[in-house]
Write a protein of this length. Sequence first.
Lengths: 115, 117
Amino acid sequence: DGGITQSPKYLFRKEGQNVTLSCEQNLNHDAMYWYRQDPGQGLRLIYYSQIVNDFQKGDIAEGYSVSREKKESFPLTVTSAQKNPTAFYLCASSPGLAGGPNTQYFGPGTRLTVL
Amino acid sequence: AQKITQTQPGMFVQEKEAVTLDCTYDTSDPSYGLFWYKQPSSGEMIFLIYQGSYDQQNATEGRYSLNFQKARKSANLVISASQLGDSAMYFCAMREGGHSSASKIIFGSGTRLSIRP
């Protein structure tokens, strides 16, 4: 089945540790995105990538880093510089510039808790 | 600057009734796209429907339709014959730029819909 997978579903981290969230897609989409969602809030864009080996900061990039070495994968690292990392993280992908409305499709999310 | 406003934090609707979720937007770009997503308690965001700014007709997808009023800058989601499984958070979102634009999208704050049996 085609889709977007995120792992792990739940993640616990001690303060001061870096942690990497996985996002993989087999939809052959060019663009991928990372969002953060806090309780009762909408989604805020952390980073996005329109093509392999290229990515741009979103609205809340501080304390996060990404890489896009493969089309299918867009891992997000939450660094110790992120002051309040406890949140729900959603990864998405979209076809990109291939045509159509460029709808974003989402993975199931990773819930990160800092202890 | 882009802005999406959802003024209804929560709504209760009787099963089988129709429901309208409000969304207004603000943009100076003549080309834009509007999306609605559903987020059940599991957390996954599910794409429901899309409307392009130049689309002549309101978008429809099964029980979902989008009441697009361009002059009023509103893009309300209408769910016909609501079901218990429709209980979820609903987010309106907008992308500036036309089809195939790689521009980022922004989300509203959401409306929590609860369906009563």
